[in-house]
Design a protein around this ligand. Structure first.
Ligand code: SF4
Ligand SMILES: [Zn+2]
Length: 309
């Protein structure tokens, strides 16, 4: 069993910050996990441990800080940051100030963001809260993802955070289970339009098949294919607000992929777009599989009962 004082992972990556591209120290903390723990595609429970204490979390963060300097600190908690004890949240805020980070990025379900009210006096830096809305469609969120909150809940939490001067990042899931590729593209494009004004930035997450999930069971039976990279490109091309995407498991069978020949190039273009928001990076992308993707979009809808008429 892994140590409760070791973070799951730590790395330095590039992140947009006020129009610039800067270093971001990203850490996945090993926590006690998400109290909801029921989303069909979520395998984050594998990174959690019920024995983790506040002291363990502090030690994990201290270890992560040794990785190097950065302008931004991003903390993933395999659940909601605001579900963690106030004692540890305060430790994080003090760390951000002490180490001179200019921005902190955390994640939370909508019902917990109101706890930020308790923390206000400690936050004198930019705070961005990522919320996993996944889709603006309540039917899809409830029946295909089992997320357990509504678009209205998201709107309220977003308005609350913005009223306190914080930034909101919204996570959208490209291709939840049971949607065809075409439905998934349409769902993501509509969701981006629907969150305009409610989110400062969209993070488009192409679904990847995580171990031990309901989605994995579907995938093993041949009932699910992760989205094509071409679908990611299509959604990004149609977005009119800042949208980033860092596909997990890119190019693997469990992650978003094309034909295997063009995966690296297209994934690179997606990452490039995410940093600079320049749609021209998509202009010269081509591969024989582009036609196959177009045909797949149509055929898949003929060969099954569409979720939406
Ligand atoms: S709310 Fe987030 S962490 Fe919790 S089960 Fe759903 S996807 Fe996983
Ligand atoms: Zn290809």
């Amino acid at each position: 069993m892994s140590s409760t004082t070791d973070p799951v992972a730590v790395w330095i990556e590039k992140e947009r910050f006020h129009g610039d591209v800067v270093d971001c120290l990203t850490v996945i903390l090993r926590t006690r996990g998400c109290s909801w723990n029921r989303c069909l595609m979520c395998g984050y429970r594998r990174d959690t441990d019920p024995r983790v204490t506040n002291d363990d979390l502090k030690k994990q963060l201290e270890k992560a800080l040794k990785k190097g300097k950065a302008k931004i600190l991003k903390i993933f908690t395999s659940g909601s940051f605001f579900e963690l004890d106030k004692e540890f949240r305060d430790f994080v805020y003090n760390t951000v100030s002490k180490f001179g980070f200019e921005k902190l990025i955390v994640e939370s379900r909508p019902e917990f963001v109101y706890k930020v009210e308790e923390d206000l006096e400690k936050i004198d830096f930019e705070l961005e809260v990522g919320i996993g809305l996944e889709t603006s469609n309540d039917f899809v969120r409830e029946h295909c993802i089992n997320k357990g909150f509504t678009f209205e809940d998201f709107k309220e939490s977003s308005k609350f955070l913005k009223s306190k001067g914080f930034r909101v990042k919204v996570y959208l899931l490209l291709k939840p289970p049971f949607l065809s590729e075409k439905e998934a593209i349409e769902d993501a494009i509509k969701s981006i339009k629907d969150v305009e004004g409610l989110a400062d930035v969209v993070s488009l997450n192409p679904t990847n098949v995580q171990s031990g999930t309901y989605l994995e069971a579907l995938w093993r039976k041949g009932l699910y294919r992760p989205p094509w990279f071409w679908s990611v490109v299509e959604v990004l091309k149609n977005s009119n607000i800042e949208t980033v995407s860092d596909p997990v498991g890119a190019g693997s069978f469990r992650g978003p992929h094309n034909c295997g020949r063009c995966d690296k190039v297209v994934a690179r273009a997606i990452r490039e777009f995410s940093l600079y928001q320049d749609k021209s990076v998509f202009e010269n992308l081509n591969c024989k599989c582009l036609k196959r993707w177009e045909v797949a979009l149509d055929l898949e809808n003929y060969s099954r009962i569409p979720l939406f008429k």
